[in-house]
Design a protein around this ligand. Structure first.
Ligand SMILES: *Cc1c(COP(=O)(O)O)cnc(C)c1O
Length: 444
């Protein structure tokens, strides 16, 4: 797992920032003059805030959910199988995501674990995925004794770099899990081509991407199996929950039993396969049925606000906006831009502090380190301190040597901006103005 070749994305990164680097050679005297001449005083230093609007939290649930929950209370069962709420929720899901087989489950982590079981991933099988994601992306892989292989990402898309995925394919590779990070669709054409060429199963982690579209098609419909989370922080939620779906006849018929103790409720006939219990109950399904009615409004609003922010911060020296393909719909679970540290006289901590003082809802970075640098990976200690597949020689994976250089840079230079459907376009415009003001102030 050596990784030293400079990726295209890295070159693009340098190209987009070279103008900023030139600007960096301006003398301190010049910049001080510019500062006093035309940059308003930072709110951090007692100046007026750039963001003047208050921003109200969106209403997440109400009458639609109440109606479903009341209907549920009239039932004599709260069990999922043939439950009216589950049936309705899946009917509505399939209208939005035209996939033949769809099942509710207890979380996004569960959805991905079910997908991994249905895909037949077994001891020593390698699964290539992103190291910037929720750990739930790989929990199921590890439980099935598969081996997560982390690939590098695009510099500003924060999604799998197809060339790096292909480079990491070995005779043991069985699947790719494409994570649509922040609700930004991965390059599914490129990933599908790689999967087809190497006969790999393509699983989509759509947990942050409810309502996102790849080239006009709902995400989750171009890979083999789609996985969604309904955890409280996601666009639509049941508190906790998930959906797993597929139109592929090899995997779709296996999804139900792969989340329900291995038992096939349609065919019956005892236990021929093995799985844990990841069922979702009717109260959650009732909420899901209602939440799905809200999805399009939420997704289109978030897409509009995030795209507006990009439009307004494009061209600010040292600021690299979140990169979305023009044919795609990104739903911005959050907005992530990068700052070029060489452009600014301050570090990221100070930049974020100044932005926050202007009234922007923001924070530095996302997850602390790439997943493979978390202690449990570094110790290879997944099962009571052991990792049987490694100890029994089914893999030579050594996470202490695993490298994804672009990912390291992304996590060191990324700034996260909250986007939600309760925000107005004016609020976003003022936030963009705040970014411009802070960037200008600190430009060396
Ligand atoms: C939230 C999330 C998960 C896990 O979902 P849970 O419902 O919390 O288990 C997996 N992958 C991504 C990208 C996520 O954001």
């Amino acid at each position: 797992m050596k990784n030293k070749q400079p990726s295209v994305s890295r070159r693009e990164f340098l190209a987009t920032t070279s103008a900023a680097l030139l600007a960096g050679s301006a003398t301190v005297a010049e910049s001080t003059a510019a500062e006093s001449a035309n940059v308003p005083k930072l709110a951090l230093k007692g100046g007026e805030k750039a963001v003047k609007q208050a921003c109200k939290q969106p209403t997440r649930w109400g009458d639609l959910e109440r109606e479903r929950l009341n209907a549920m209370l009239e039932q004599n069962t709260l069990f999922y199988w043939k439950g009216p709420q589950t049936t309705l929720a899946l009917e509505r899901f399939k209208k939005l995501y035209p996939l033949k087989y769809a099942h509710t489950c207890s979380s996004g982590t569960a959805a991905i674990h079910i997908a991994v079981i249905a895909a037949g991933i077994g001891p020593g099988d390698e699964v290539i995925t992103s190291p910037i994601t929720d750990i739930g992306t790989v929990i199921g892989v590890i439980y099935q004794q598969g081996v997560p292989v982390f690939a590098d990402l695009g510099a500003s898309t924060y999604n799998l770099a197809p060339a790096d995925v292909e480079r990491r394919i070995t005779s043991k590779t069985k699947a790719i899990i494409a994570v649509h990070l922040c609700g930004n669709p991965c390059d599914m054409n490129a990933l599908k081509a790689i999967a087809d060429k190497h006969k790999l199963i393509l699983i989509e982690d759509c947990c942050q991407a409810w309502g996102a579209k790849f080239h006009g098609q709902p995400i989750g419909t171009s890979g083999h199996i789609a996985c969604f989370s309904l955890q409280n922080s996601k666009h639509i939620t049941t508190g906790d929950g998930g959906v797993v779906a597929s139109s592929d006849e090899r995997f779709g018929p296996l999804l139900q039993k792969s989340g329900d103790k291995g038992g096939d409720r349609l065919k019956g006939g005892g236990f021929h396969s093995f799985a844990t219990n990841y069922r979702m109950s009717e109260p959650q399904a009732a909420v899901l049925a209602a939440q799905l009615e809200r999805l399009e409004g939420i997704a289109s609003k978030r897409a509009k606000l995030g795209n507006l922010l990009t439009e307004k911060i494009t061209g600010i020296p040292g600021v690299m906006p979140h990169q979305v393909h023009p044919d795609d719909r990104c739903v911005y679970w959050f907005y992530f831009f990068r700052m070029d540290p060489k452009t600014f006289r301050c570090d990221r901590t100070e930049f974020v502090k100044a932005l926050s003082a202007e009234g922007v809802s923001c924070s530095a970075g996302y997850i602390g380190v790439p997943l493979h640098r978390e202690p449990v990976f570094q110790k290879h200690g997944f099962f009571a301190g052991h990792w049987p597949v490694r100890e029994f020689g089914l893999t030579t994976m050594d996470y202490t040597k695993h490298q994804t250089p672009e990912v390291e840079d992304i996590l060191k230079t990324g700034i996260r901006i909250t986007i939600h459907e309760g925000m107005t376009e004016d609020y976003i415009m003022e936030s963009a103005e705040a970014i411009r003001k802070v960037a200008k102030h600190y430009t060396a």
